[in-house]
Design a protein around this ligand. Structure first.
Ligand code: FNR
Length: 385
């Protein structure tokens, strides 16, 4: 199937599934425990109805917006996701270049397989770095300095990951980092020729942002994962967020909250934005869908905090609903990873293009010509009459 024949994100997902070894596909696709939150993230959008208004001039649709101090061509951007080299040899660079071409933000994960310096040296689009407050605070401080030096515009602290969630598909399919071919998963690797070919040509799966620390300890690739796991710090609390905000005097996003109380605390700690997210259903199963949290959190914080929403977005209408409910922007994870796995940078571009085309068409059908004009009048909960 060629990329032009991928008409929607579900088509890209099918293509990714056909091209990736099973462990890698399920690492992208899966969620925690029974995957209730994963499914609910998308199905919760069905509880909101769009209310069009007709005979408005929709000859020009303006999708641009401003968030995190950046002018963006689109009201959605790429969420941070770790270890892109697992999915395609274009890895994070392919995704960052695609974001640059579409005039939107690329978020680089701490756990990336490309260094933050390499991303900033080879792309010039708006960039955000996703940080964790690690056990080694000096390393965290070092990240902040490196981001300033490399010209990152925003910093994003993920708070829903004191430890990794229970992703059972990873156990079932033998997902490891770096990838390990075992008798149980041998067949699925053997049938992914393209992926295997590039595995042999470029077997570098190092977590590039922390590799220097592990090198200094004289540990190999497996030692790296142990090192990172050992760096997750369950003692981190709001005082540490205040400390981080002081180190970084730019737009600071707290990612991974679903309650109004946490949004208020983020504001008090010095954040400029909150990312309403449950990590795409990969952490605690049973957490509400981010789309359901927009209105109450907007009521609680007013305009003092920018709100970004991610989780389950697969259609332009999902973005419309989130923005109409009060989000300033959305971000996407799996949709662009399916694209990356399907065809590298071109696949990420196709994912962005699909959502851009859907959104522009949906805006016209809704009778709203500009993102700035989208408001609660265009959406209602299905329980309202
Ligand atoms: C993620 N996500 C994530 N978040 C984060 O803060 N740091 C990270 O390193 C990662 N890594 C990661 C890997 C993979 C494979 C996925 C699918 C997701 C979560 C991500 O930023 C985002 O919150 C979700 O992906 C949004 O949900 P959708 O769009 O995937 O449904």
């Amino acid at each position: 199937v060629s990329l032009e024949r991928c008409h929607n994100i579900a088509d890209l997902r099918r293509r990714a599934r056909a091209r990736l070894p099973a462990p890698m596909f399920h690492y992208i696709d899966g969620g925690a425990d029974d995957e209730w939150s994963l499914r609910n993230n998308t199905s919760a959008f069905d509880d909101y109805l769009l209310q069009p208004t007709y005979l408005r001039d929709v000859s020009e649709i303006d999708l641009s917006t401003r968030v995190l101090g950046q002018d963006l061509a689109l009201p959605f951007f790429l969420a941070p996701t770790g270890m892109s080299r697992l999915f395609h040899h274009h890895k994070e660079l392919g995704a960052a270049r695609a974001a640059e071409r579409f005039g939107t933000i690329y978020s680089l994960s701490t756990l990336a397989t490309t260094s933050l310096e390499e991303i900033s040296a080879t792309t010039s689009g708006p960039k955000m770095f996703q940080i964790y407050i690690l056990r080694d605070r000096e390393l965290t401080r070092e990240f902040v300095q490196r981001c300033k030096q490399a010209g990152y515009q925003a910093l994003c602290l993920t708070v829903d990951t004191p430890l990794a969630g229970n992703r059972e598909r990873d156990h079932v399919h033998g997902m490891t980092m770096p990838p390990r071919i075992t008798p149980a998963n041998f067949l699925s690797y053997a049938s992914s020729f393209h992926w295997l070919y590039h595995l042999i040509r470029d077997p570098d799966f190092r977590l590039a942002n922390v590799a220097h620390r592990v090198d200094a300890l004289g540990k190999g690739a497996m030692g790296l994962i142990e090192y990172v796991n050992g760096q997750f710090d369950r003692t981190v609390c709001w005082d540490d967020v205040g400390w981080l905000a002081q180190q970084w005097d730019g737009p600071l996003v707290i990612k991974g909250m679903t309650s109004a109380d946490d949004a208020r605390r983020a504001l008090d700690a010095g954040a400029t934005a909150a990312m309403l997210s449950n990590h795409g259903g990969r952490q605690l199963d049973g957490v509400p869908a981010p789309v359901d949290c927009i209105a109450p959190i907007r009521d609680a914080v007013g305009d003092r905090l920018e709100l970004i929403v991610d989780g389950g977005i697969r259609r332009g209408t999902h973005i419309l609903k989130a923005l109409a409910l009060g989000a300033d922007a959305c971000s996407i994870g799996r949709p662009y990873l399916y694209g990356l796995a399907a065809a590298g940078q071109a696949g990420v571009e196709r994912a962005l293009e699909i959502l851009e085309l859907e959104l522009a068409r949906d805006m016209a059908l809704l009778g709203c010509a500009s993102i700035a004009d989208l408001d609660a009048g265009y959406v209602k909960h299905r329980s309202e009459r």
